[in-house]
Write a protein that binds this ligand. Sequence first.
Ligand SMILES: [Zn+2]
Length: 262
Amino acid sequence: MLSLIFVLGAASSCAAQKNKGLSALPPDIRAQAESALSSVHIGDADRGRIVEAIGNDPSGFALLFREVRDVMKKDPDLLRRVDKSVALPANFVPADLVVLDGAFPYVVSKKGMLLRAPARDALVRMAEAAKKEGRTLVVSSTYRSYDYQKTVFERNVREMGKAEAERVSAQPGMSQHQLGTAVDFGSITDEFGDTAAGRWLSANAGKFGFSLSFPKDMEAVTGYRWESWHYRYISPPAAEMQARFFLGIQQYLIEFLAALPH
Ligand SMILES: [Zn+2]
């Protein structure tokens, strides 16, 4: 009996320890964060690191939390969860798609590519900054409709088999490209990460609100192998929140935000 009490005591103090980093948050944010964090599909070690990061700067987290909540309220699709567990409806088409053609500071690999207006505006700002530093951003793929993604995925299945196709492409409805906020840059090959543009993006994209969706060695978390070329626009405060509090992992941030009460 005594040992049972000891075990129970140890377990509950361990749980309290786990969330200790959240205790300095304002009570309303703390309650939301605690509940949302418990819904994120994450290992104990990474969860502990997130809680620790929040504990080291609770006021910084609270400030960003409010800013990101504001973004979500104004534009719910910007931070919408889309992955191997959560699909978009086939008829989901963003309302504010704009064509990328024209005199912009980036290069397009083909005509007629579409992005949501806020993502296009951020892309223009980012490409201008890159250009000033002598880097040219080549835009290779942007919005894809449900039907187009279906042809992409089915072609990959024919060419490489279903298991491999699932690692490198999304099933229709599960692609961030359907959101109209994802951009593939450059060659869409692993070599891109080591080009001048790839390195510049890796260092600077966050400042403009873009986030690398499928980082290296995170396939167990994201469901996809490393894609050095695939960035999603999530807004500057969300990109900052991801970098400072979510270990730089977009999947953790998006799952966390999706689990917040509406
Ligand atoms: Zn992509």
